[in-house]
Design a protein around this ligand. Structure first.
Ligand SMILES: Nc1nc2c(ncn2[C@@H]2O[C@H](COP(=O)(O)OP(=O)(O)OP(=O)(O)O)[C@@H](O)[C@H]2O)c(=O)[nH]1
Length: 546
């Protein structure tokens, strides 16, 4: 029995249907495997490579940003400040310098890891080590049979390494279940009888919709770097050190850099051989091997060129704001090495060498979950945000009379009374003065309302100066300019407290005037007593949907 299969010779790039022998099958000992590349095929291929070397130079032109990770996936906040340093004339890359704070997460560098103390299982930032598999080595083997002690080379190619993929799916709402490391399987080595090695197993990272994947530095390296800097600058804080430390990256992109170029640790073109029997030194002395290496160099250059095209990661990250139909490749596995059957020529009769597989890629990637809610509730701690969400939706965030009862965001879904359309509202932890400098719970949770259409400011009318509270919130959120990019509604909660007193009315009037100047809507409510909730819902729907 013989199995018919399609075998493509990487040298001739020609495909032919031939019979492929399988190990357990007895067959005519006078015949070597008939689909092995022959000496003439191989010579033609090697000559062809030598002639086409110029065509296969590593890609000097700036690619369009990779085959999968293209512009369409860039997040909205893609414009973080970068300095583009003019690349040297011989470099095919654009050098980009940007603050380390853009490529790391402060949560992972703080000794007190805030994310571990949140409510429930909610985790919205993870730094994950990803490694794609290495390609297997080509095999050095010769056909043998009863009547033939040594036949033509029949070593198969190594299998390709497994890749790391990511896919966003519905039904998940935390990154807590992600592993700390994802590794693609290594490709198996080739074997005798022209058997190619098995492909390494791919690995898939499943994340919630709304996750952004960014390239980042090894957190251990960043921690070392920061601790060294803190020794010299005693008074500086973590955030300012990250802001001041600039990171230089090789990027690609036509006019503007858009992808970070990743490099594999592997051999130079023409190198990367696996020897069996005789050593590398023995072969390096031989003219025929030097000549062969020169020719194979072209094959390697072509291979490295393809890798350079594929091994790129979007500078501003990969935005998985919708369900991804097919998994997206983050890190591609290494290519398997060529078996010795490809090196039989009229001059090289017994190639006791094969090519080794290409290494995989190892990178740290930061997964950041940005929940996608139509409206975000923002307010100082204790303003009554959770109470509002509790009253208007089925969500049950924690409510308490102490500050920072809410430690993680909660999303509630609301059905508009008027036209039955639904919208979502996110309750995030309270913001205090200095939150942008990491005071209180910091501003990390803002990521969850960054993409919201509207922001609902909740102030407590029972507080001494609600207008000052509103200004604190606006300043911490980045100032009026930034706030104006959203639909804004200002809700004065706790209107049941001292509602008849002229001071309370005055406080509300001041807010009303301020809002009118900004063309924002405002209204007083009592979430606790459910007063004015219907009007609130109507105004919220307007804010979220129009
Ligand atoms: N009198 C009165 N009390 C209210 C009203 N709304 C909320 N409260 C109370 O205010 C306190 C804080 O309410 P929360 O809803 O937890 O406030 P929060 O803004 O979510 O607070 P953080 O979780 O710290 O951000 C609770 O004791 C509520 O019962 C209201 O309309 N009137």
């Amino acid at each position: 029995m013989r199995v018919s299969c399609l075998k493509i010779c990487p040298m001739t790039q020609m495909a032919s249907y031939k019979s492929l022998p399988r190990c357990s099958i007895r067959w005519n000992s006078n015949f070597a495997p008939d689909n092995a590349p022959r000496a003439t095929d191989n010579e033609q291929w090697l000559d062809h490579l030598a002639k086409t070397r110029k065509v296969l130079q590593p890609l000097p032109e700036h690619g369009n940003g990779g085959y999968l990770l293209n512009d369409a996936n860039l997040p909205e906040n893609r414009k973080f400040p970068i300095e583009v340093a003019p690349a040297s004339s011989d470099s095919p890359y654009i050098n980009v310098r940007s603050s380390l704070a853009h490529f790391t997460s402060i949560q992972y560098l703080q000794t007190f890891n805030k994310h571990k103390h949140r409510q429930g299982n909610f985790v919205d930032v993870r730094i994950i080590k990803c490694r794609s598999g290495s390609g297997g080595d080509g095999a050095v083997s010769f056909f043998r049979d009863a009547g033939r002690s040594i036949g033509p080379p029949d070593g198969g190619d190594g299998g390709d390494g497994g890749s790391v993929y990511v896919q966003s799916v519905e039904g998940l709402n935390s990154l807590s279940k992600l592993r700390t490391t994802y590794t693609g399987g290594d490709g198996s080595n080739g074997a005798a009888d022209q058997l190619d090695g098995a492909r390494g197993k791919d690995t898939l990272i499943t994340v919630p919709v709304g996750t952004i994947v960014r390239w980042c530095m090894d957190p251990r390296e960043v921690r070392e770097l920061v601790s060294k800097k803190i020794k010299y600058k005693k008074n500086s804080n973590l955030r300012s050190i990250l802001e001041e430390t600039k990171l230089k990256l090789d990027c690609t992109g036509k006019n503007q850099p858009n992808c970070i170029q990743l490099f594999r640790t592997a051999y130079n073109p023409g190198e990367g051989w696996v020897f069996k029997g005789k050593s590398k030194e023995y072969h390096d002395d031989k003219d025929w091997f030097i000549e062969l290496k020169e020719k194979v160099k072209s094959y390697d250059i072509g291979l490295f060129g393809t890798e350079l095209q594929e091994d790129r990661f979007p500078l501003y990250g990969l935005d998985l704001s919708k369900v991804t139909e097919k998994p997206i490749c983050l890190l591609k596995g290494g290519k398997g090495g060529l078996g010795n059957m490809h090196f039989l020529t009229n001059l090289v009769r017994n190639p006791r060498f094969a090519k080794s597989g290409r290494s995989g890629l190892e990178q740290y990637l930061m997964f950041e979950l940005k929940m996608i809610a139509d409206l975000g509730l923002v307010g100082l701690p204790n303003a009554g945000k959770s109470t509002i969400l509790n009253k208007i939706s089925n969500a049950r965030p924690r409510i308490g009379h102490w500050q920072f009862t809410t430690l993680s965001p909660t999303i509630g879904t609301i059905k508009s009374v008027r036209d039955e359309t639904t919208f979502t509202v996110a309750d995030i932890p309270g913001i205090i003065q200095g939150a942008s400098k990491d005071k209180g719970m910091g501003l990390d949770f803002l990521r969850h309302i960054e993409r919201s259409k509207g922001w609902v400011f909740v102030v407590s009318i029972a507080d001494e100066d609600p207008i000052a509270d509103l200004n604190i919130l606006i300043n911490e959120l980045g100032g009026l300019e930034k706030v104006r990019t959203k639909n804004v509604l200002v809700v004065c909660n706790k209107a049941d407290i001292d509602c008849e007193k002229p001071e309370s009315i005055n406080k509300y009037r001041k807010i009303q005037t301020f809002c009118r100047e900004q063309s924002w809507d405002s209204l007083p409510i009592s979430a606790l007593k459910e007063e004015n909730i219907d009007v609130l819902l109507e105004k919220m729907a307007k804010c979220a949907l129009y």
